[in-house]
Structure formats: C-alpha cells, structure tokens
Design a protein around this ligand. Structure first.
Ligand SMILES: Nc1ncnc2c1ncn2[C@@H]1O[C@H](COP(=O)(O)OP(=O)(O)O)[C@@H](O)[C@H]1O
Ligand SMILES: [Mg+2]
Length: 269
C-alpha cells in the first residue's frame, strides 16, 4: 500500500481492570477516506477512538496518525485531529459563536484569524444565522452540527466522530451527514466515525470495520461485506452474522473468507 495512512493500528489493546475492552486489533484508515467503526454497545468502539485521539494511554508503536506515533507525540497528534465525543460537549448557556470561539482558543487558532475562522466554520455547518442564539435553544441536530464546528475549527486532517447521529431524528441525521460530506469533499479530510446505524454506515463509508467484544470481526467495503453474507444481504444481515451465535454457520464462514481475501489482496497489492 503506497497511499499514506491516516491511522495505522497494530495489536491495539486496552483493558479496564478485568475487562478487555479492545483485544488485539489492527486498523488501517487510508487518507482521504470515510471509515466506519461499527458494533453493538460495549464492542470497544469508544475505547478504540479514545486511544487514537490520545485520551487513553497506548504503548509506543501501537498507533500512528499520519505516521506520528500517538504514544510518543501526543501534542502533535492532537493538532492533526478534530474530535466530536459521544457525550455532548457544547455549553447550552453560551451562544453557538461563543462555543466555537472557545475551541478556537483552546486549539491556538491565532487571535487575528479567530473571528473569521469561527464565522466561516459556523457557516460550513449551516449555523451562521443562529450563531448568536444560546445553544440551549438549538435542536438536537443543530447541537450536533455545533459540535462538528467545534471539531473543525482547527482545520484537522482527521475528523473523529463518536456516534455523531445518536438520538437524532432522520432530518437531523441527514443534516449532520450533509455537512460532514461537504466539508470532507472540499478539504480532503479523513473521517473516522462510530455508529450502530447500519444504513448510515452503508451509505457513507468507503470501508467498515465491524467490532464485537473488543475484536474486529469483519473488514471491507460495504459491498464486500454484504457479498460475503449472500446475494441481497444488507449490512444488518452482516451485523447479525457477525454478532449472532452463528459464527460457525455458512454466513460466518463466508465472512471469514472475505477477510482472508482482503488479507491476500493486501499482501499482493
Ligand atoms: N471507563 C471505563 N471503566 C471500566 N470499563 C469500561 C470503561 N469504559 C468502557 N468500559 C468497558 O469496556 C467495554 C467497551 O466499551 P466501549 O469502548 O465504550 O464500547 P462501545 O463504544 O462500542 O459501546 C465495555 O465492556 C465497557 O463496559
Ligand atoms: Mg461508545
């Protein structure tokens, strides 16, 4: 593989006391792509994301972001990343503009440019007109777009979103994805996100890793993963094949074939 990797993980693991949250996973996210980390609650998605974003310790050599070792160069990695956490991070008592300006400050956006960048970022997520209302008056979808603006204000090369659309209605979800798509297309930004909405992953991902109990159980493009289960399979079927008790069944066997094929392809390519 010659294209630079936005994220390269090898043998990534993390335990909380006796709980193995992430169990020896390898992860390649190619630059400029949209990569989805899928899986049920407790699969280990957030833990993986927090390791990539330097919020949990990692051993040297385990994770690189654009070739920079996360364990050795935390501040450098943080400058490359924009992060929208799973739990809400916007302050309802501040206006939209104040919320984004706070992040511009945190991320050392130069003072002379701050005003302009905050304005254009709010515009890019479709909140210019409501920027001076307090965030407490925003809908769920608007709050999520405000958080997206907070993560975009330092013009990251890698945008990391943990469950960006959880709890939103279909219009709110579409609004968030439209903005991510537009920003991605205009900047070439790499996007890494987690979800448990299969339709969303199918629609927006170049590649998907399906996690279950700390491990990656399936990896590929949405089309490859679906073809691995059978004709007319949906990602929901893939999800069931991977997370159900049917791993020894035909679907499970075929899923392993997809992975083996991918590994061979990587070796050859
Ligand atoms: N801070 C923590 N302390 C103890 N256990 C945790 C903590 N965070 C996550 N876990 C456990 O690690 C596992 C993976 O959790 P998480 O990464 O949050 O999964 P997901 O994001 O896929 O729902 C779960 O069993 C969860 O209970
Ligand atoms: Mg999570």
């Amino acid at each position: 593989m010659t294209a630079p990797l936005a994220v390269r993980g090898r043998g990534v693991r993390h335990r909380f006391g006796g709980t193995v949250a992430v169990d020896d996973i390898d992860l390649d996210v190619a630059a400029g792509t949209v990569f989805g980390l899928l899986g049920p609650n407790g699969a280990g998605k957030t833990t993986t994301i927090r390791m990539i974003t330097t919020l949990l310790p990692t051993p040297p050599g385990a994770i690189e972001v654009f070739g920079v070792d996360v364990a050795r160069h935390k501040p450098a990695v943080r400058r490359l990343i924009g992060y929208v956490p799973q739990q809400l991070s916007a302050d309802g008592a501040l206006t939209g503009r104040e919320n984004v300006a706070l992040f511009a400050c945190l991320f050392d956006v130069p003072r002379a440019r701050r005003r302009r960048i905050v304005g254009t970022t709010l515009e890019s997520v479709g909140l210019a007109e409501v920027a001076d209302r307090t965030a407490g008056t925003y809908s769920g979808g608007m709050i999520r777009r405000l958080e997206l603006a907070q993560a975009l204000v330092n013009v990251p090369r890698l945008l990391v979103l943990d469950e960006p659309t959880i709890g939103l209605d279909p219009i709110g979800r579409a609004g968030v994805w439209d903005r991510i798509g537009e920003v991605g297309a205009s900047t070439g930004m790499t996007v890494l996100f987690t979800t448990h909405y299969m339709d969303e992953a199918d629609q927006h991902c170049d590649r998907i890793a399906l996690m279950h109990r700390g491990r990656i159980r399936a990896l590929g493009t949405p089309a490859e993963l679906k073809a691995g289960v059978g004709p007319d399979a949906t990602l929901d079927d893939v999800f069931r094949a991977v997370t159900g008790d049917e791993l020894g069944s035909d679907a499970g066997e075929r899923m392993r074939d997809v992975r083996a094929t991918r590994r061979t392809a990587r070796r050859l390519g």
